[in-house]
Write a protein that binds this ligand. Structure first.
Ligand SMILES: NC(=O)c1ccc[n+]([C@@H]2O[C@H](COP(=O)([O-])OP(=O)(O)OC[C@H]3O[C@@H](n4cnc5c(N)ncnc54)[C@H](O)[C@@H]3O)[C@@H](O)[C@H]2O)c1
Ligand SMILES: [Zn+2]
Ligand SMILES: [Zn+2]
Length: 390
């Protein structure tokens, strides 16, 4: 089959690789009909994520048609149309039973590698390094789905792929990130990053009762989308000091919750901490650039909440943990427990409360994926979200 393979920093290629086969009776194989490029894929593309290997197939936002099922799979049959969560979960361990699917204890065959880096292993992920399972992703013609009875969400309606594809990741991610803000009716929520995750976080913050949403970025079309589609007030961090702007907008008190929907590759212009991060990551003295997290902790009101859906991969330097302590902040973060949110968010789509396709700016054949990665990374041609068609 054709698949998008990782070959190192800034180097992805569409190649012919062996078709996936059933490796376990609990597996299913799906033929991909739509798959998206995520901001998380950029961390791989930019070489931030350890334990990637040449030839790894990328892609964790996947949907398609079931073409083969293992002998013990009960919930799926050939021909079913499914959207697949980006995390792989067994459905039976302590963490799965408690709806912490991204922390599944059994789905990462390389758990020992992850333990060395984190103390314990999170779940396996599609197309996201060997430390997280070494599973091939779905930016390909076919995908092997482990624990097929647990993850894939069956679609019985005729809704187009574009409306349901993002149940695989960014819609649940935005929603859980907003939940992690612990929003009280009328709260002010500030969201750093107006990428696809930020856009869904904005919508979700309203759903959960926010009174004001303030969105921060420096990419004009993303700020415009946050304002028009999302109804957010916006701050362009190129134009103003973010802390000063937020204080002015909240009478000096600070937002009730602050969300970092940017993660380890924050842009920091000529700021002192940003320059330090740039020097340290270039010299391999640091792994992440936590400029946004610092700013969020600094700006959040006393007793407020920090929500971090943005991905960090290693050790964050100069995080103002003293300010977080002194101000009594609550910090919540993590990979999304996607399985938990999919049915409920599908219902919102079916009820026309939201049409997730609003973030899509480009739809291209899988063959054009390498150019699409470059365009998405550099935010060329107004690119906000790319859907690939194998
Ligand atoms: N927790 C999860 O399960 C999960 C799931 C999906 C994505 N993610 C992560 O969420 C983050 C966002 O994903 P995305 O797809 O929206 O990515 P994206 O790269 O499209 O968006 C990131 C946005 O942040 C903006 N940004 C950069 N520096 C900034 C700064 N200093 N202040 C404000 N904004 C700044 C960029 O301009 C960009 O618009 C990524 O780190 C991704 O890995 C996490
Ligand atoms: Zn993703
Ligand atoms: Zn489990």
């Amino acid at each position: 089959m054709k698949a998008l393979c990782w070959h190192g920093t800034g180097d992805v290629r569409v190649e012919t690789v062996p078709d996936p086969i059933l490796e376990d009776p609990k597996d299913a194989i799906i033929k991909i009909t739509s798959t998206a490029i995520c901001g998380s894929d950029l961390h791989l593309y930019d070489g931030y994520m350890p334990t990637m290997e040449e030839g790894d197939v990328l892609g964790h936002e996947n949907m398609g048609e079931v073409v083969e099922v293992g002998s013990v799979v009960k919930n799926l049959k050939v021909g079913d149309r499914v959207v697949v969560p980006f995390n792989i979960a067994c459905g039976k361990c302590f963490f799965c039973k408690n709806e912490m699917f991204s922390l599944c204890d059994r789905s990462n065959p390389n758990a020992e590698m992850a333990k060395k880096a984190m103390g314990h292993s999170p779940s396996g992920l599609f197309g996201y390094s060997h430390m997280l399972g070494g599973f091939w992703g779905g930016q390909a013609e076919y995908l092997r789905v482990p624990y097929a009875d647990v993850g894939p969400l069956k679609l019985s309606n005729g809704m187009p792929d574009e409306k349901v594809l993002f149940l695989s990741d960014i819609f649940p991610t935005g929603y859980m990130a907003a939940e992690n803000c612990r929003i009280q009716e009328g709260d002010t929520v500030a969201i750093w990053g107006c990428g696809p995750v930020g856009q869904f976080a904005i919508k979700s913050a309203w759903m959960l009762g926010a009174g004001r949403v303030i969105a921060i970025d420096n990419v004009q079309e993303r700020l415009v989308l946050a304002a028009t589609e999302g109804g957010a007030e916006t701050i362009n961090f190129d134009d103003v000091d973010v802390y000063d702007a937020l204080m002015e907008m909240t009478d000096g008190r600070g937002p009730d919750s602050c969300m970092d929907a940017v993660g380890c590759e924050a842009h920091a212009g000529g700021t002192l901490d940003g320059t330090l991060d740039a020097v340290k990551t270039t010299a391999y003295l640091a792994t992440d650039r936590p400029h946004v997290l610092r700013q969020a902790i600094w700006a959040c009101r006393k007793g407020g909440t920090i929500s971090i859906p943005g991905v960090y991969v290693g050790f964050g330097d100069k995080i103002p943990i003293g300010a977080a302590m002194g101000k009594g902040l609550t910090i919540k973060q993590g990979q999304t427990h996607t399985h938990k949110y999919m049915p409920m968010l599908l219902e919102k789509i079916e009820n026309n409360e939201i049409d997730p396709s609003f973030v899509i700016t480009h739809e291209v054949p899988l063959d054009d994926a390498p150019e699409a990665y470059e365009m998405f990374k550099n935010k060329e041609d107004g690119c906000i979200k790319v859907v690939l068609k194998p």
